[in-house]
Structure formats: structure tokens, C-alpha cells
Design a protein around this ligand. Structure first.
Ligand code: DER
Length: 268
């Protein structure tokens, strides 16, 4: 169907552009679009067009399965060979990471975590010289929250998820009597709703809530349009018990979208 075809076109184009024999360490994201990226990697591997010692860093159990099933070698982030700290760019032990997104705005800020993998995805993205997002046309947006209306995925400690939910929903304009804090002013300008609405993500093929690969819960936080992604990312991250936030502010170098007409759009 159109959506799957557009995912496949974007993933193939991005892999062909960015993963050649010079790539030594590749970050592999999670989700359904990255499945097509893995399909292309398997083809390139068959054609001996990849580095013979290519190491692939997974971002989830799913991602590791994709790597192994594609005949590639998986390597955890901490097990990558140490780089000379004085060397330029030594922050990035990964040459390039290919990952999906739930929505990308005009500044290449992204909402991620629709698949519940954003904690390890953000760790891998931050250790990558270049993050390349691949997505179907539904994710191509101007403002975060415009097309992806399921809320910002926020990974939280299961120990006190109800308390964390309440704190998240208090973000926004409050009177002094309600315990206004300095960040309230920032909150008012940063997102559309007066107050967020946080929902515990329920599992489908398992009773009870989704439990992430890291043993945590996910609250999907609806905020309306997100006018200032970096500010919102910070506001959410500062709530005690929040482990990672599915807003990737200014982390992506490029975003590749499959269009409905079969063409491909690349935004940098
Ligand atoms: O969970 C994630 O962060 C995924 O990368 C998600 O954002 C994209 O998943 P999709 O490719 O299945 O839409």
C-alpha cells in the first residue's frame, strides 16, 4: 500500500546515500520504517558493498533482531572501540544512524517513541556523527503535534507513574496559589494546550501497560502543537521520575520522506 511503499522508498534511498564501504559503525533505529532499511542493508551485504567489519548498534530488541536477521554484526554502544578523546568528533563513536520518526517539523525536530524505543534511540543518536531520519509522508510536518496527535512519548519510572502523570499535567499556567513555578511562563509559550494530558500506554498483546525494553512505563503526553520543541523537551525532562522524552530537538541532520506519488523528499 501507499504508506508502506513510501516508507520503503525513503529507507532505501537513505541507506544507499549514507551506508557505503566507508561506514565502519552504523546505528540502527527501531520501528516499521527501519525494517526496510534493514532489508536494503541485507541486499548490500550480499553484494559485498558494506565494510567487511561493519558494526551495527541496536536501539531495541527489535533493532537487534533486524541486525542479526540481516546477517550483520551487532555491537552495544558501550562495547564500541574507544576513540582517541583528543581526536576531533570523538564524541561520536557511530558514523551514521538511520532511524524512524513519528513526526518531523520544519526545523528537523522530531517526535519519536511511537514504538517505545526512544531512550536507547536518543543515546545512539547522541553518539552519532550524523542522524538520518526516514519516514512516510504522514510524518512530514511543519509543527510538532500537528500530525502526530497521540502525544509525546515519555518514558517514566513505574514506581510512581501516577505522581509523575499529575506533575506532567500541572505544567502550564498556574496561579501562585496553585504553586506556580518559574518555568510556567516558558510552558505557556512553548505548547498549545493550557495543561498537558498524560495517558499510560496500554499494551495490546499483553495485559496491563506497555513495559519498555528497559523495564519502564510510557506516558503519552498530549500538549497540542509544540511551538518550542527544545523548551518542551527540557520542561518534560525536568519532571522527577521522567527517564527520557520522545522529542529529539535539532538532532537530525537529514530527514527522508517517501511521498504519496512515489517520489522522495530529503530535508536537511
Ligand atoms: O519508536 C520510535 O522511536 C520509532 O522510531 C518511531 O518513531 C517510528 O516508527 P515507524 O517507522 O514504525 O513509524
Amino acid at each position: 500500500n501507499l504508506v508502506e511503499q513510501s516508507k520503503r522508498s525513503a529507507a532505501f534511498a537513505a541507506v544507499d546515500k549514507h551506508v557505503g564501504p566507508s561506514v565502519r559503525v552504523l546505528g540502527v533505529g527501531s520501528g516499521s520504517t527501519v525494517v526496510y532499511a534493514a532489508e536494503r542493508l541485507a541486499e548490500l551485504k550480499q553484494q559485498n558493498k558494506l565494510h567487511p567489519d561493519l558494526l551495527c548498534v541496536p536501539t531495541s530488541f527489535q533493532s537487534k533482531q533486524l541486525i542479526v536477521d540481516s546477517g550483520l554484526r551487532a555491537c552495544d554502544l558501550d562495547d564500541l572501540p574507544e576513540l582517541d578523546p583528543s581526536a576531533p568528533g570523538s564524541f561520536a563513536s557511530i558514523d551514521v544512524t538511520i532511524d524512524g520518526a513519528d513526526e518531523v517539523d520544519s526545523e528537523l525536530n522530531a517526535i519519536k517513541g511511537g514504538g517505545g524505543a526512544h531512550l536507547r534511540e536518543k543515546l545512539v543518536a547522541a553518539a552519532s556523527r550524523r542522524l538520518v531520519l526516514v519516514a512516510d509522508y504522514r510524518k512530514n510536518s511543519d509543527v510538532l503535534g500537528e500530525k502526530w496527535t497521540q502525544g509525546v512519548p515519555v518514558e517514566v519510572s513505574p514506581l510512581a507513574w501516577r505522581t509523575i502523570k499529575r506533575q506532567l499535567e500541572r505544567l502550564g499556567p498556574r496561579s501562585r496559589a496553585q504553586g506556580a513555578v518559574p518555568t510556567d511562563a516558558a510552558a505557556v509559550a512553548a505548547f498549545e494546550l493550557a495543561h498537558p494530558v498524560a495517558s499510560l500506554r496500554q499494551a495490546v498483546r499483553k495485559a496491563g501497560p506497555v513495559v519498555t525494553d528497559n523495564g519502564n512505563f510510557i506516558l503519552d503526553v498530549c500538549m497540542g502543537k509544540i511551538y518550542d520543541p527544545p523548551a518542551v523537551e527540557l520542561l518534560l525532562k525536568m519532571v522527577p521520575g521522567v527517564i527520557e522524552v520522545g522529542i529529539f530537538s535539532a538532532m537530525a541532520a537529514e530527514a527522508w520522506f517517501g511521498n504519496e506519488d512515489g517520489s522522495i523528499a530529503c530535508r536537511i
